[in-house]
Design a protein around this ligand. Structure first.
Ligand code: NAD
Ligand code: UDX
Length: 461
């Protein structure tokens, strides 16, 4: 198709975990639109054009290949592509601020604001700007003020369309979303812009799953969805600590409460703690927003979700130290998994980072094993190499180890030959299952001392 045969020109600024998969799905489902993704990171843009994509996400390459070169394009020419676009999705990173006012809590909007100014400077025609990044409630008003401060006679409508995909299942989540949320100003122009975005998703998402709302509800709903999800994990993790001291079993408790349809059974897997680039960042952002409106009690309530998560990570390390006779100095401890969850190579905020650092503080020698996350692990742990090894083979990684700490729930770890692993480990051999995915009884029978989460340990002494 030639340039002007496409019905719409869609641009996405930010080719990361969200921009890449989201736009690939739109392009795959809508051959009538031209979809271009731009980024300041040339290496990433280059990788999106190969079969070695810059992120690992199951089935993503198939989706990309369906549209790449047909109606899906990757580029570093940001200004030129802004000029041509009718609709611009902004999917840049919005990390936690590390400096100045709100450091450690509020969102760092510098990348966001830079794109607003880029759009303003490069545009020659009216545009719809779509907030795809997760943003503090009321960001759209700042965005509108910046872009509509122009004297070029150009109109910009800002629409909020937060993304709910989870990593590891991004393709399935995008293909069949529980809902798509699109918020706008409730003016005639705002609603018209909103409808344009509805029309894109309506190409494959059933209309009843496309929810529209006012723009502030949309922005806030994203933060609240993540806060509620993380709250469930902190709730079950807090109870796992109680189970370990009362001989209750966290899986049995989760099963019993999850059968109540008002509670539901999803997201009740006790773990070593939640990680990922979103939960902590978005809750702290919510906390900061509440504080800035003087809602101190609300802020403290949500802040505790993060505190329980830190407690859970800390407890995991303390349990290792205690079980290994209160000293892990010079002991070889192998981490099974480093990614923040299975089926991704992403390690942002992974509990593995904290656990490794804490183990090294105790002078342990840590071996990291993960099928997809070793490159990121190397970057996360730069400077600590003296006490570290990175080993892709789980059998080599556990050779002469005193203990295994399972951090990520990769299927692979369920299928290993644990008799072989046990025979090559230092005795007594320990295994700490931070995800409760292993067959604990079988491991115990092989000879391991087994420490699950939220269940009594199975020990030989
Ligand atoms: P990411 O870091 O993977 O990608 C962001 C990209 O934006 C980077 O490649 C970066 O180079 C690029 N970028 C930054 N400034 C730019 C600029 N001025 N011009 C062009 N490109 C620029 O981040 P992500 O995980 O994709 O997250 C993006 C947003 O989506 C965040 O707000 C995040 O909270 C939200 N979100 C993420 C997820 C997730 O699972 N990762 C899910 C839902 C929402
Ligand atoms: C999350 C939200 O699920 C998604 O909707 C949003 O768009 C981005 O943030 P993500 O962080 O990719 O997605 O993964 P998610 O599946 O939510 O897992 C987050 C963390 O919680 C992981 O570390 C995971 O292992 C952990 N988790 C999840 C548990 O510990 N127990 C559970 O029951 C579920």
């Amino acid at each position: 198709m030639s340039e002007n045969q496409f019905e719409k020109h869609i641009l996405c600024i930010g080719a990361g975990y969200v921009g890449g998969p989201t736009m690939a799905m739109i392009a795959a489902k809508c051959p009538q639109y031209k979809v271009t993704i731009v980024d300041i990171n040339a290496e990433k843009i280059q990788a999106w054009q190969t079969d070695d994509l810059p992120i690992y996400e199951p089935e993503l390459l198939d989706v990309v290949k369906k549209a790449r070169g047909r109606n899906l394009f990757f580029s570093t020419e940001i200004d030129e592509n802004i000029k041509k676009a009718d609709i611009i999705f902004v999917s840049v990173n919005t990390p936690t601020k590390t400096f100045g006012e709100g450091a450690g809590k509020s969102a760092d909007l510098q990348y966001w604001e830079k794109t607003a100014r880029n759009i303003l400077a490069a545009s020659e025609t009216d545009k719809i700007i779509v907030e795809k990044s997760t943003l503090p409630v009321r960001t759209a008003s700042a965005m509108e003020r910046i872009v509509n401060s122009n004297n070029k006679g150009i109109r910009f409508d800002v629409v909020s369309n937060p993304e709910f995909l989870a990593e590891g299942t991004a393709v399935a989540d995008l293909e069949k979303p529980d809902r798509v949320l699109i918020g706008s100003q409730e003016t005639a122009e705002g609603k018209k812009a909103r409808q344009e975005i509805v029309d894109i998703y309506a190409n494959w998402v059933p209309r009843e799953r496309i929810i529209t709302s006012n723009i502030w509800s949309s922005e806030l709903s994203k933060l609240v969805a993540n806060a509620f999800l993380a709250q469930r994990i902190s709730s079950i993790n807090s109870i796992s600590a109680l189970c370990e001291t009362t001989e209750a079993d966290i899986n049995e408790v989760a099963n019993a409460i999850g059968k109540d349809h008002r509670i539901g059974s999803n997201f009740l897997n006790a773990s070593v703690g939640f990680g990922g680039s979103c939960f902590k960042k978005d809750i702290l952002n919510l906390v900061y927003i509440c504080e800035s409106y003087g809602l101190t009690e609300v802020a403290r309530y949500w802040e505790n979700v993060v505190k329980i998560n830190e407690y859970q990570e800390d407890r995991f390390v303390r349990n290792i130290n205690k079980a290994l006779f209160n000293t892990i100095a010079n002991k070889r401890i192998t981490l099974f998994g480093f990614a923040f969850k299975a089926n991704t190579g992403d390690t942002r905020e992974s509990p593995g980072i904290y656990i490794t650092k804490k183990l090294i503080e105790e002078h342990a020698h840590v071996v990291i094993n993960d099928p997809k996350a070793l490159d990121n692990a190397r970057k996360d742990l730069a400077g600590l190499e003296e006490n570290l090894e990175f080993e892709i083979d789980p059998y080599k990684a556990t050779h002469d180890a005193h203990a295994i700490a399972l951090v990520t729930e990769w299927e692979l770890y369920k299928t290993l030959d644990y008799e072989k692993i046990f025979s090559a480990m230092i005795k007594p051999a320990f295994i700490f299952d931070g995800r409760n995915i292993l067959d604990h009884q079988k491991l115990y029978e092989i000879g391991f001392n087994v420490y699950p989460i939220g269940k009594a340990a199975l020990t030989h002494f």
